[in-house]
Design a protein around this ligand. Structure first.
Ligand SMILES: Nc1ncnc2c1ncn2[C@@H]1O[C@H](COP(=O)(O)OP(=O)(O)OP(=O)(O)O)[C@@H](O)[C@H]1O
Ligand SMILES: [Mg+2]
Length: 312
């Protein structure tokens, strides 16, 4: 977060049904039925226009333009080192772009003053690529940390909120465990609980499933879907995990390291049939198995076996 100035407001209360669910057993069998929060999917939460990002005079990506709508699970994807994390840092307000703008709703983020930017950032949460929790603190203390920094809640209220967020992340009963006492998947969930501490409208996740086995990764995907359904959270996720992309992404952008431009933007399933999808993006979306020409041939001939040789 760009500023460490504490603000005095409390986190907004959770919708009644969600709070009930969080207080009940992890699978929610005793809770009230959850009232799903239906975000207005027409509403643009983040609008990125002609963005150029890089370091010093070095340009990593240029002409990056896309919208993230309310309730989207939006993936930023592309090969290793192409600039995904850098773009995410620009969206989160941690790094200025070289040119172009990022609108939060209608507000130009980088054109705003520091106080305005701080207010906008306050509506977001983040799980960094390293995802580190403080090893000397319990899970409840880790999750309570942002509440201590950014609200005037007393210790008891902070503990209650931390319990609630841990329960939402499927970690009810683990409040007093230390990170070393739980699995990698549970650590990611605890990191998500901490990112949820201030009830953000937008959650930024950088490689959330890195280092997780496929089953834990799938459980994390399920949790993201649950949180979107129950809290109405919008997600911006950096990842190149194709299984997750096809399972939960509503939209994605593919960053092409060669051209340093966006190679594809849209729903991943639709991009497979879109002639506008760049060859590099098509290769990525098919794990290097199909280019456009092959896709068209395959569809015409009805042969579903991809020609792996052409991708090499
Ligand atoms: N602070 C920095 N100063 C200069 N160059 C940097 C800095 N941070 C990253 N880079 C460079 O920018 C490029 C993109 O880095 P970035 O971390 O954004 O890529 P990425 O797509 O997230 O990679 P990965 O998939 O490995 O996480 C890399 O070549 C990296 O070395
Ligand atoms: Mg990265």
């Amino acid at each position: 977060m760009p500023s460490s100035t504490p603000v005095t407001s409390s986190p907004s209360p959770l919708p009644a049904g969600i709070a009930e669910k969080a207080r009940s057993a992890p699978d929610g069998e005793q809770g009230q039925p959850v009232q799903p929060v239906q975000p207005d999917q027409q509403e643009v939460r983040i609008s990125v226009n002609q963005l150029q990002v890089g370091y010093g005079s070095y340009v990593l990506m240029h002409d990056v333009t896309f919208d993230v709508h309310a309730g989207d699970i939006f993936f930023i994807t592309g090969g290793s080192g192409c600039g995904k994390s850098t773009l995410l840092r620009v969206l989160m307000g941690l790094k200025a772009p070289q040119s172009g703008n990022v609108l939060y709703g209608k507000t130009d983020f980088w054109g705003s003053n520091e106080d305005e930017r701080h207010q906008l950032v306050r509506e977001t949460g983040v799980l960094f690529q390293s995802g580190a929790l403080w090893s000397s603190m319990t899970l409840a203390e880790n999750v309570g940390l942002p509440l201590q920094q950014y609200t005037d809640l007393n210790d008891e209220a902070i503990r209650e909120q931390a319990k609630l967020k841990l329960a939402l992340a499927g970690l009810a009963g683990f409040e007093d465990y230390y990170p070393s006492e739980i699995s990698g998947g549970m650590c990611k969930r605890a990191g998500l609980a901490r990112a949820l501490a201030l009830d953000p409208k937008i959650l930024f996740l950088d490689e959330p499933s890195a280092g997780l086995d496929p089953v834990s990764s799938r459980l994390l995907d399920d949790l993201i879907l649950e949180l979107r359904a129950s809290l109405g959270t919008t997600f911006v996720i950096v990842s190149h995990e194709l299984a997750s992309i096809y399972a939960i992404a509503s939209n994605l952008i593919f960053l092409d390291a060669q051209t340093r431009q966006v190679g594809a933007c849209g729903n991943p399933h639709q991009l497979l049939h879109d002639p506008g999808t760049a060859p590099s993006a098509m290769l990525f979306l098919t794990r290097g198995e199909r280019s456009h020409a092959e896709t068209d041939q395959t569809e015409t001939s009805g042969d579903s076996e991809p020609d792996k040789g052409t991708a090499l």
